[in-house]
Write a protein that binds this ligand. Sequence first.
Ligand code: 4UO
Length: 331
Amino acid sequence: MAAAAMKVGERKKKVIIDSDPGIDDAMAILVALRSPELEVLGLTTTFGNVRTAVATRNALHLLETVGRTDIPVAEGSHVTLKKDTKMRIASSCHGSDGLGNQDLPPATLTKPVDQPAAAFLVEQANLYAGQVTVVSLGPLTNLAPALELDPSFPKKIGQVVVLGGAYSVNGNVNPAAESNMFGDPDAADKIFTCGADVLAVGINVTNQVILSDADREKLQQSDSKYTRYLCKPLAHYFDYHREIYFTEGVYLHDPTALLAAVNPSLMTLAEGAVRVQTAGITKGLTLFRSNDKRYVEMTAWTGMPTVMVAVAVDAPAVVELMMQRLMVDDY
Ligand SMILES: O=c1[nH]c(=O)c2ncn([C@@H]3O[C@H](CO)[C@@H](O)[C@H]3O)c2[nH]1
């Protein structure tokens, strides 16, 4: 199954990618830049795979490398919603620089815009009310303050596609929690319950979307500017997966979420309220309440707005689409 081709005159979907690049974040951003269905309004940065300052540096460097310095980068929060500075950084997974320990030089042409990420998100949501999709690939720390800056943000934002959560499966930080939810569970719980149109893509589906060694070989042979950029980071990501997951392939978490924004029919979705555990040994646990049972007592889910959660994915179609997009230089 491929994404439906765009028809002449059809409007591109406006997206802002909030991310912590990050190897699979970089892949997702590059796929977005190569997706004719999308107009990337900007990148906002957060912590998670790296600290926020490094995420900003990587976002600027990536855009400069592929010639897209026209896209603004707004730097996000350096602390969690609760102002915690001791956040968990997944450097074993992505390398200390987030891109496989290459220690790339900083971008020379561009710097972040003056606005912080949350203000940028609110501004764009007001400028294009109902039309902006935020693709969130890291902890949700920049989105929660947007709710305080503008209480009508949940109604003005078109959709929030969240890469995060582990629905009815173990997490990847510990058995309870997926990394982005663990990074800022307070922010995540706020976004899941704010009433915005939220589509959550968790590792219960992204762990099924695997880039094999043979796929990587094909990417390398294509030698586009996008695959050249990804070559070294991917080598690190493959090593990490071999060592940690005992697989000869890597999970395409962030590209899968990005492609859910391009073509949601790549996933099967279920609707229900999601709450995120904010403390204790299950901190970061995402719990989805499906609508197929009526609970007699009041629960923490009662009366909460519902979100859509991906429960199945057409994994081969996602891998194929991602590869198609990265292997060609430009349209
Ligand atoms: O803590 C982590 N452990 C992982 O194995 C891992 N693999 C990928 N990631 C990043 O976190 C999100 C998925 O949980 C994605 O945005 C990856 O960048 C990970 N984070």
